[in-house]
Design a protein around this ligand. Structure first.
Ligand code: CA
Ligand code: CA
Length: 273
């Protein structure tokens, strides 16, 4: 049984189908929809007479902007594809047969729904070991992310995490020498598989393209992971104190930047996109 969602068409109530048949997705033609169950239809006028079946696409639920098995159908009976409003809810209603609304729901036009980009970025969002010596400053960042198909096809994706620390506090052994405002370290996570997605490798920036560049690609097997409260595994990154270079473990951190970097793990926190 498909129950209407309270919209109306031509002054008539949206009613109920009893036979489970697909709703009328055609044009407004004045014809009664097949499967309309008059015994449970509403009486909008209160006159005791059962209302006639509403007509028009999806029994008026297009006008009500109601997401259901009709309005979300692959044939796009309401004409919502590319209408300037993202109808992403239809992907949840009909995962296998919804109409394509990438024109409205894919701002960067890379054929990935914006909501899917966010979901994957959160699924693989790194957790950070941040230094004890940054007490009071560990939350001083405003991270961003971007998701793109990996070059060369194959269906893999690349997730870029801009850590966006407000400041690099300089070398702790030299009283903060080289400190500067704005600290643009980053992590790139490459995934593949699609269903389910799995981690392939991670790029960890560490003074990227500077004289002390210690950045590196790390295979998934070498990355430490941690499960969040829902059981999803996330890559773990060791962040050098004050400088925010990224490493896969304590040893790499202490060897980084010609042994200038150090990691003192105090708090394991989610990046926070
Ligand atoms: Ca739309
Ligand atoms: Ca996109």
């Amino acid at each position: 049984m498909l129950v209407g969602c309270g919209g109306s068409s031509g002054g008539r109530d949206v009613g109920v189908w009893a036979d489970g048949a697909a709703p009328d997705s055609g044009v407004s033609d004045g014809a009664t929809d097949s499967g309309w169950d008059a015994s449970v239809a509403k009486d909008a006028g209160g006159d005791g007479a059962v209302d006639a079946a509403p007509d028009g696409p999806c029994l008026g639920t297009c006008d009500a902007t109601s997401y259901n098995a009709c309005t979300c159908g692959a044939a796009d009976p309401c004409g919502w594809a590319g209408n300037g409003v993202c109808d992403d809810a239809c992907r949840q209603w009909l995962p296998q047969s919804h109409f394509d609304d990438l024109a409205d729901c894919d701002r960067d036009q890379d054929s990935l729904y914006d909501s899917e980009e966010l979901r994957l970025a959160q699924q693989f969002e790194p957790f950070l070991w941040l230094s004890a010596s940054e007490e009071g400053f560990r939350a001083a960042r405003l991270p961003h992310f971007a998701v793109e198909p990996r070059p060369g096809g194959g269906g893999g994706l690349s997730i870029f995490y801009a850590m966006s620390y407000f400041a690099d506090y300089g070398d702790p052994d030299l009283g903060g020498l080289t400190s500067h405002l704005g600290d643009s370290e980053f992590v790139v996570v490459e995934i593949s598989g699609g269903g389910p997605w799995h981690l392939d490798r991670v790029f960890l920036s560490a003074h990227y393209r500077s004289l002390s560049d210690s950045s590196a690609w790390v295979d998934a097997q070498q990355m430490q992971t941690v499960a969040d409260a829902t059981g999803v595994e996330h890559p773990v990154v060791y962040v050098s104190e004050w400088k925010h270079a990224n490493y896969k473990d304590l040893q790499d951190c202490d060897n980084g930047a010609f042994f200038a970097d150090h990691c003192e793990e105090l708090d394991l926190v989610r990046l926070g996109i």
